[in-house]
Design a protein around this ligand. Sequence first.
Ligand code: P6P
Length: 337
Amino acid sequence: MATNRRVQTLDEFTIQQMRDFPNATGELSGLLRDIGLAAKRVNVEVNKAGLVDILGDAGTMNVQGEEVKKLDEFANNQFVGVLRHGISCAGIGSEELDDIVVFDDEISNNSKYVCLFDPLDGSSNIDVNVSIGTIFSVYRRVSKLGEPATQEDFLQPGIKQVAAGYVIYGSSTMMVYATRRGVNGFTLDPSIGEFCLSHPDIKCPETGRMYSVNHGNFFQYEEPIKKYITACQKKDHTNGGPYTQRYIGSMVADVHRNLIKGGIFMYPITTHKPKGKLRLLYECNPFGFIVQVAGGKATNGIQNILEVQPTALHQRSAFFVGSKGMMDELETFINEA
Ligand code: P6P
């Protein structure tokens, strides 16, 4: 008798992971399930964004000085709300909030973890129906349990991440997260409202032929970056085939594609943005952790991105991430300079 391949839901998977570690308290598993719940709520609104008046600028400006769209605020409120009322998180940092939010209640103050979020990255694409995403990062607190979380809990180098992940709201909605044990992808099955394991043990291909960069900034890049991009364009079209440029302008979509198919994503510093554009804590570090666990590499052009010691919640960084072979090739251009 034909039987359906048993599909494991996110909840079942995280509980199984907990069973594999008998001394696990289950807090991290619970935290990941909380994030999955918030993501499902955001997904509902993202999927109908064109139908209801949730689009358009909310009129406020976020800490980045960008107009905040209503869906940004909605997404932020979902993640903050679920984690505040959960039992696994002592506080959060968010692209949408100037400062950290410390939950400061008895349960939360005894929680082991803090989270950082970009609740809805690529939101400028919402109005034109391009894939957007949520990015998250989880750290074990360094402050005293039983007391409120502190700024130091959030300003840890990326190498200290306990978990990191993203949700991509695209042709399907997926949640991908990494712990030190590996990277796994879960696709939302709307018929049961559950994220189901669809991409077990994701590995980033050692090489790829896709390079992702904003060519509009080409003449603002430093020389080694321009030389590498030009080399990509001149790739020998015989062996291994030509490189191709793929850039959606939505980081979650670009990095997700390159993680699965192989490729390199670059957001270098430019003359207009000498510190880079992307945020270290809730864009670069989570993706750096995910891709490195999957076998790829991630740097700021100078060092492993996960070794950078953060000094500010919203600090920016140059960011290069992707297949090891392509990252090594980029580094030869940078080192030559
Ligand atoms: P640019 C979206 O605003 C974002 O933060 C990332 O999702 C994306 O990769 C990048 O900015 C695109 O920036 O300057 O190329 O439009």
